[in-house]
Write a protein that binds this ligand. Structure first.
Ligand SMILES: *Cc1c(COP(=O)(O)O)cnc(C)c1O
Length: 371
């Protein structure tokens, strides 16, 4: 029998209807030729803003760029400190550092999200903003963070890259801060077909600033008033994403089904993500277990043909590029990073694959305890 191969993600578009709609959309744009600044960009932005519950959405070239531009448009720069989590994709720290500000990476809670207590402890007179990352698609404690921001006069810019569609008490991820950044790269919950990102805000002045920043700092595409680079989105990408948005709910439901299956089967053998609170929905961008003997478990799963990932094996403040940052006390993050393991999850994942993952983890755990 051929050894199974369970992919961590599968980016192929298998739904024939979706695929036809996407290629038709590309065909339309090749026909009209407005490959940049086409009408499809504005249509996508309007749909996205409505979905997130914000007045404005600005499409840009990537999620990393979205976060950088949001911070810059809010005036964050050299001399400022921006408090964020220690456990995220390095894009979060890079976007902050690229504005000239200093990322202050603090500890997390057991849910792997930014700890409000740690944020409060890290506030200094130079602190300008908090960047909560809704890690794995689970919302941070936005009430607690908003209270801290209010008390110290700080901006909140959500890194909602992993959390499109998550909500709590009727408020969508991306609707909590002064601004929010989304990534729509092909791995994300709302997958693009290449690189793309979005900045959301309710502030019209910020939108004006973003439009200048995303086109080399120019007004009227001629006069350069700010130093910036090119962060424009592609018309084709926006048109495809508008179609993709119609499938977002279906995708999230599919991920939820796999996550529920994992949790039901694995919760006694390893630490699984906790349940959503009341009136809350997480979107399972990643399904992260925490296990002792992670290295052995990974080798066992690799042997069985199962792709898993550690996201992320190096905490942001431990990256060589950030060796010069002031050290924070981050015991929870330090402990978690030794145990976290992301299991395969994606919208088209066959049930049989999820079952195979479960059976292998259970088999391993009968020999070697995972908790
Ligand atoms: C994916 C991701 C980003 C960056 O998005 P790109 O579109 O890949 O540039 C930023 N922050 C977090 C938390 C992410 O997961």
């Amino acid at each position: 029998m051929k050894r199974p191969h369970v992919r961590f993600r599968d980016l192929r578009v298998t739904d024939p209807v979706l695929r036809k709609r996407l290629t038709d959309a590309v065909d339309t744009i090749l026909g009209h030729g407005m490959l940049l600044f086409g009408p499809e960009v504005g249509e996508f932005e309007a749909a996205f803003a409505a979905a997130v519950g914000r007045k404005h959405a600005v499409a840009v070239s990537s999620g990393t760029d979205a976060l950088y531009l949001a911070l810059r448009a809010l005036g964050i720069g050299p001399g400022d400190e921006v408090i964020t989590t220690s456990l995220s994709w390095i894009a979060t720290a890079n976007a902050i550092a690229f504005t000239g500000a200093t990322p202050v990476c603090v500890d997390i809670e057991d849910d792997l999200n930014l700890s409000p207590r740690a944020v409060e402890r890290a506030v200094t007179p130079r602190t300008k903003a908090i960047v909560p990352v809704h890690f794995t698609g689970r919302l941070c404690d936005m009430d607690a963070l908003a209270a801290i921001a209010q008390k110290h006069g700080l901006l909140v810019v959500e890194d909602a890259a992993q959390a499109y569609g998550a909500h709590r008490n009727g408020r969508q991820a991306g609707s909590f801060g002064q601004a929010a950044a989304f990534s729509l790269n092909p791995m994300k919950v709302l997958p693009g077909y290449g690189e793309a990102g979005v900045v959301c805000t309710d502030d019209a002045a910020m939108v004006e600033q973003l439009r200048v920043l995303l086109y080399n700092g120019t007004v009227n595409r001629e006069t350069c008033v700010l130093t910036s680079l090119n962060f424009k989105p592609d018309t084709i990408q926006c048109a495809m994403l508008s179609i993709g948005m119609e499938y977002a709910e279906r995708n999230i439901l599919a991920r939820e089904k796999i996550a529920a299956r994992y949790t039901a089967a694995l919760k006694d053998c390893c630490v699984c993500p906790g349940p959503d609170g009341e009136a809350e929905r997480s979107v399972c961008y990643d399904y992260v277990i925490q296990a002792e003997r992670r290295g052995e478990l990974m080798a066992f799963l690799a042997e069985a043909g199962i792709e898993v990932r550690i996201k992320h094996p190096i905490l942001m403040p431990d990256q060589p590029a950030y060796a010069g940052l002031p050290r924070q006390d981050i015991p929870v993050a330090r402990s978690a990073v030794q145990r976290i393991l992301s299991l395969p999850i994606y919208e088209n994942m066959p049930d049989a694959d999820a079952e195979y993952v479960i059976q292998n983890i259970l088999a391993f755990s009968t020999q070697r305890r995972l908790r």
